[in-house]
Ligand binder design. Structure first.
Ligand code: FES
Length: 133
């Protein structure tokens, strides 16, 4: 019985290791932080879990546009195109451009290991920015 428990624990640890991915987050065009990521979580959740000061006022529902990031061209081509609802929110952001995305709508997958995002100034809790340095 003990051996079976140990075996399951070892399998879970191996699965956790294989799921560990990485993201690179540039903070408003400045400092770049490498953070842990895992498939199945969205980029906003992962940044917040790493202590980055993302506003994300709606908690990831896709309705506030306060998780605005830009994705470099080499990574943008690997993401699914924004859904109509996401594009409508992006259109409401004055500073948005073709590289803009809502980070809560970017679902991390194994294929996105190393994903780079630039978290935009309009989506930062400025009083928490020192914590991100
Ligand atoms: S957290 Fe509100 S739109 Fe992304």
């Amino acid at each position: 019985m003990l051996d079976q428990t140990h075996e399951r624990t070892s399998d879970a640890a191996a699965n956790a290791d294989s799921c560990l991915l990485e993201m690179q987050v540039q903070i408003a065009g400045g400092t770049v932080r490498k953070i842990d990521a895992a498939a199945g979580f969205n980029a906003m959740e992962l940044m917040r879990a790493a202590g980055l000061p993302v506003k994300a006022d709606c908690g990831g529902a896709g309705v506030c546009a306060t998780c605005h990031c830009r994705v470099p061209d080499e990574w943008a081509a690997r993401l699914p195109a924004p859904a109509d609802e996401e594009q409508e929110k992006l259109d409401e952001i004055p500073s948005a451009d073709d590289r803009s995305r809502l980070s809560c709508q970017i679902l991390m997958t194994d294929d996105l290991d190393g994903l780079m995002l630039d978290l935009q100034p309009d989506s930062l809790h400025l009083h928490l920015c020192d914590a991100a340095e």
